[in-house]
Write a protein that binds this ligand. Structure first.
Ligand SMILES: O=C(O)CCC(=O)C(=O)O
Length: 277
């Protein structure tokens, strides 16, 4: 083994031991942020991950536990997964007006909202831009009902059958970052990744609110703390790839960022779980 390899293994080993010790003692570990500064980020637990076959008999029980979980590679039957990333697919809907958010890269805040045509947005998103453009929480599926056919999937139907759907949203962008917030309190979120990868940081509804720097009025569910560099308490972390889903239970705080530089596409449904008798 070369000297370089030995050093590399020793380094990986040291990191593993540090993480294990920190986990055992529930200590905080230091990690380096993108800008090179050190930050104190407490250990995050991995979001549990299940496959469709495991879920088939336990779906109700797991949903009603109100704990988050990733559903691995179980939405690959969704036509959007092959259709939406293909170069020209959205051309046919080019003229539809949509809203986008524009903000500086990495800003842990919602962007300024602008209106544009879907065609222009899709062509903007093929370019490397000095700012972030995000078609966030778009009612695209209601505006273009034809697209609803693309997000049909047996498992989506099964999950939504456990409650009543309130609304759905489409998310298309690059290098996106959604700040920490919680959705309307009564609603569970079924989130499906169509293209690219997204990382989620989740915190349970009981997280310490002091220090969250919450907004006012309709922004009182949104924090201006950057949970990617700042420790706000124990949380859960996980990544979804195309074909994966995630359940965000009602009231759970979440911040979401895309991974890599590729076009990223997702869709989600907010639904109210039917209470169990
Ligand atoms: O994908 C994102 O950027 C945010 C998703 C989100 O916040 C949600 O589905 O409630």
């Amino acid at each position: 083994m070369t000297f370089v390899k030995v050093r590399k293994f020793a380094h990986i080993f040291r990191i593993r031991v540090r993480v294990q010790i920190a986990g055992l003692l529930n200590l905080s570990i230091m990690s380096r942020t993108a800008d090179g500064s050190m930050t104190n980020v407490r250990l995050l637990k991995p979001i549990p991950c299940y496959g469709a076959s495991y879920l088939s008999s336990k779906l109700q029980k797991i949903l009603h536990s109100h704990r988050p979980f990733i559903i691995s590679q179980s939405f690959l039957d969704m036509p959007a997964i092959s259709r939406w990333p293909s170069h020209n697919y959205f051309h046919q809907f080019s003229n539809h007006r949509v809203e986008i958010e524009v903000s500086p890269h990495n800003a842990p805040a919602y962007g300024e909202r602008h209106e544009s045509s879907l065609g222009d947005v899709m062509s903007l998103l093929t370019q490397s831009l000095p700012f972030r453009v995000y078609m966030a929480q778009s009612p695209l599926l209601d505006q273009v009902p034809q697209l609803k056919e693309d997000v049909k999937s047996d498992l989506v139907e099964r999950i939504l059958h456990e409650g009543e759907v309130y609304s759905t949203a489409t998310w298309i962008g690059r290098k996106s970052l959604t700040p920490l917030h919680h959705d309307p309190r009564a609603l569970t979120n079924l989130f499906v990744e169509i293209s690219g990868q997204k990382e989620f940081r989740l915190f349970d509804p009981g997280v310490q609110r002091e220090g969250l720097k919450l907004g006012e009025g309709i922004m009182k569910n949104t924090s201006s703390v950057d949970v990617w560099t700042t420790d706000i308490g124990e949380g859960w972390d996980g990544t979804v790839s195309a074909g994966d889903g995630l359940i965000i239970p009602r009231g759970w705080w979440h911040s979401v960022r895309s991974k890599g530089d590729d076009l990223n596409m997702s869709v989600n449904w907010w639904f109210k779980l039917t209470e169990q008798a």
